[in-house]
Design a protein. Structure first.
Length: 178
């Protein structure tokens, strides 16, 4: 399977139903077992991210681990089972930065790829905006090494962890123009 950077990643080889080493990837979203015919669909996982603003600046989290260790990221994470996207956004911010978000405004979605443990996980990133009253005072150092506030015109796309970060900032900018 190929992620959006063109890198090859080893995917599943063994069928979870019959155990045969005969999974064949269709180069889109499913694996089929050549031995028993079992089909495994590798659909996009739901993830959330927030364009969190403080006055005229955007809050970024510097990633403390791979993928994209050291790069700037918009805060967020994966949606857990039985959780709405808004609940996930609020939970992630509470866990990683120790505060409660105010009003969330839905901005849109962006496709992404998350590479972890030799696997490529396609994601559908659900993007929100929230205004902050103050900087976070607590950081989960396992996830975030620091937070950075940047004016929109100071953001360098190459410094961002994921292409969906760029898409999120573009969506936010569109909403600002309305």
């Amino acid at each position: 399977m190929t992620d959006n950077t063109g890198n090859q990643h080893q995917m599943l080889r063994f069928c979870p139903k019959c155990g045969a080493e005969s999974f064949v990837y269709d180069n889109f979203k499913s694996f089929t077992c050549a031995s028993c015919g079992f089909v495994f669909y590798h659909n996009a996982a739901a993830a959330v991210m927030g364009v969190l603003t403080l006055e005229d600046r955007i809050l970024f989290a510097r990633r403390a681990h791979d993928p994209a260790r050291g790069k700037l990221d918009l805060p967020g994470g994966f949606v857990d089972p039985n959780e709405t996207a808004a609940e996930a956004m609020r939970r992630e911010i509470k866990e990683e930065m120790g505060f409660d978000l105010g009003i969330l405004k839905y901005l849109g979605t962006a496709p992404n790829y998350y590479v972890w443990g030799g696997m490529v996980y396609p994601t559908c990133d659900i993007i929100f905006h929230a205004e902050l009253m103050e900087m976070p005072s607590v950081l989960d150092k396992r996830e975030i090494s620091e937070v950075v506030l940047l004016a929109p015109d100071r953001v360098v796309p190459e410094d961002l962890a994921f292409p969906s970060n760029v898409a999120a900032l573009e969506l936010w900018a569109c909403w600002q123009e309305k």
